[in-house]
Design a protein around this ligand. Structure first.
Ligand SMILES: [Zn+2]
Length: 118
């Protein structure tokens, strides 16, 4: 099962204690299991830090748009949260690119002795 509906994800994370499945590989796990017995991924409160909200912020600062990979793989973030993060990370990337571009222009002006080359 590769594509999960939101309901299935919610059930897998927090819901029905009778049929709990690993969010990553779909294996059946016990209600008390913090980690999947087949693939070893953390469940419920034990998901890896980079799938949580603060982890996304750290990843964005460290990796920029590559953080989106983890945002969309995360079992804890809702679909709305994923789209919100996608928009925020895009804005952040655009802002940082602008800062670097201005810095580059400034740097070039310095190298040219504050003289424009034309
Ligand atoms: Zn698993």
């Amino acid at each position: 099962m590769d594509v999960w509906t939101d309901k299935e994800l919610v059930d897998a994370i927090s819901g029905d204690p009778k049929s709990i499945m690993c969010w990553a590989c779909g294996a059946n796990i016990d209600a008390g299991d913090n980690y999947c017995r087949r693939c070893g991924k953390g469940q419920g409160g034990c998901v890896r830090w980079y799938y949580k909200h603060w982890g996304v912020l750290v990843l964005t600062l460290a990796m920029g748009p590559f953080a989106l990979y983890f945002v969309w793989r995360s079992p804890v973030l809702s679909r709305n949260a994923k789209w919100t993060y996608t928009a925020l990370i895009s804005l952040f990337t655009w802002y940082v690119a602008g800062v670097f571009y201005n810095f580059w222009l400034f740097f070039q002006a310095m190298l040219g002795g504050m003289q424009l080359p034309y």
